[in-house]
Design a protein around this ligand. Structure first.
Ligand code: SF4
Ligand code: SF4
Length: 166
């Protein structure tokens, strides 16, 4: 009997507290963003579509086709073909299948050359077929400066002269 009454009492308290929360939000102005006309600025470290970063002095990709990102990728959605040896090694093919990517950021964290980033603010990509989400080296090449995990250590002058990210 005591258990029965205590269940009723705690049920009543639970309803009262949830109604209090509902009442509080009833009189709070709604914050609605009218997407796509209005867009919220993404946090710097939000993980979005990948970019292969370029060396701002030479304009070349920083990637050396070392394959580390492809090896660590849990879904095996990165495919790289490299060319050359030593310091001149570079990718001739670099594909990411975004159908499989789970945005874990491991490929970025493992890269020893800060050559790939997901801090691109570019979340607006989709497709009508699976192949539309298969992005290759041309689409992955950064249009200029894009933030990356090394950005805080970039000289301010270099970051300032770089074009704004798209
Ligand atoms: S974010 Fe994760 S799943 Fe996506 S390509 Fe990088 S390692 Fe693979
Ligand atoms: S992006 Fe980085 S980890 Fe991946 S192949 Fe290029 S240099 Fe290696």
């Amino acid at each position: 009997m005591v258990r029965y009454l205590s269940d009723i009492w705690f049920g009543f308290i639970s309803i009262l507290s949830s109604m209090a929360i509902t009442l509080r939000y009833l009189f709070t102005p709604a914050i609605t963003v009218q997407y796509p006309e209005e867009k919220r600025e993404m946090p710097l470290r939000a993980m979005n579509k990948h970019y292969l970063t370029v060396d701002l002095d030479t304009g070349k990709l920083k990637c050396t086709a070392c394959d580390l990102c492809a090896v660590i990728c849990p879904t095996k959605c990165i495919h790289i073909v490299g060319q050359g040896k030593g310091k001149v090694r570079h990718p001739v093919e670099f594909d990411i299948d975004h159908n499989l990517c789970m945005y874990c950021n491991l490929c970025v964290e493992v890269c020893p050359f800060d050559a790939i980033t997901m801090w691109t603010g570019n979340y607006e990509f989709g497709g009508f077929s699976r192949t539309d989400l298969f992005i290759d080296i041309r689409e992955l090449t950064a249009p200029g400066f894009v933030p990356s995990p090394m950005t805080p250590r970039l000289p301010a002058a270099k970051a300032a002269k770089a074009p704004a990210r798209k």
